[in-house]
Write a protein that binds this ligand. Structure first.
Ligand SMILES: C[S@@+](CC[C@H](N)C(=O)[O-])C[C@H]1O[C@@H](n2cnc3c(N)ncnc32)[C@H](O)[C@@H]1O
Length: 248
């Protein structure tokens, strides 16, 4: 039986001993994070009204972002075609999800959860999910599918540095559609700079619910007040993006 942590909204998450971090904010709650920081902005700014959507969910972890997206789209009666690709290097973790005590919202998703835990793959007439048991950064180098939305949800830069650098965001831009939207829980200036330096418009995602602010980065302008990253840099000349080792 996995030992889980009760998070702020009543949904359960895990603590990663080796990393020393929870998989979700225990304050905001696992389900609330997935919904308010990723799924709702994705719906509002990209998915509603489109018939085909491809999402890159970095990294799968307990699968809350992928599952909350499917749950929400079903609630909305969305009939379009959804493809989700999600790297996750911990194959054992994914296998263990067959027994994870997910919130009631996900009860109808049980066949999907069981199939993913067993085969890392699920497909039906309008949904395909592919979990890739690999290092996200290495796998992305050879990934060529055009992506509309990235749920960017690795551990913090202290533990997943290579998934927060300017060079990493350049990779995302390379494989993203012209209007790629990136959602992330991080509000760090260094992270926003890395996105901004790759041509993204940067926005504060201020959920109405009791969930802390997050970041939206879009290659096309959104109907939100844009953060002036040039001004931020003028005010703090030391503000800089994170870089891959050896990059300046
Ligand atoms: C914060 S958790 C993701 C939470 C997840 N999005 C969810 O909704 O449950 C971070 C995940 O990234 C995975 N991970 C860390 N570094 C990775 C890497 N380089 N490649 C692939 N997966 C990685 C960890 O195993 C962990 O499951």
């Amino acid at each position: 039986m996995i030992e889980t942590t009760l998070s702020g909204d009543g949904s359960r998450t895990l603590y990663c001993e080796t990393v020393g971090e929870h998989y979700h904010s225990t304050k905001d709650g696992a389900l609330s994070e997935a919904l308010y920081k990723h799924v709702l902005p994705a719906w509002q700014y990209r998915i509603a009204g489109r018939s085909t959507i491809t999402v890159l969910d970095i990294c799968f972890g307990l699968g809350y972002n992928t599952l909350a997206l499917i749950w929400y789209l079903r609630q909305q009666g969305y009939c379009g075609n959804l493809k989700i690709f999600s790297p996750e290097h911990d194959r054992k973790l994914v296998a263990s999800l067959a027994d994870f005590p997910y919130p009631d919202e996900f009860i109808g998703l049980n066949p999907i959860i069981l199939e993913l835990a067993k085969n890392l793959h699920y497909a039906d007439s309008n949904l395909t999910i592919e979990i890739v048991a690999a290092d996200a950064r290495s796998w992305l180098r050879d990934f060529t599918t055009s992506v509309d939305i990235v749920f960017h949800d690795p551990f913090s830069p202290a533990h997943n540095h290579q998934l927060w650098t300017r060079e990493y965001f350049a990779e995302l831009r390379r494989l993203g559609a012209n209007d790629l939207l990136v959602t992330t829980y991080s509000t760090a200036t260094a992270v926003r700079m890395g996105l901004f330096e790759n041509g993204f418009h940067i926005y504060e995602n201020r959920p109405e619910a009791k969930v802390r602010s997050a970041t939206l980065a879009s290659l096309t302008p959104l109907s939100l007040p844009e953060i002036d990253m040039n001004l931020k840099q003028q005010r703090n000349p030391l503000a800089a993006s994170l870089r891959d080792e050896g990059e300046f």
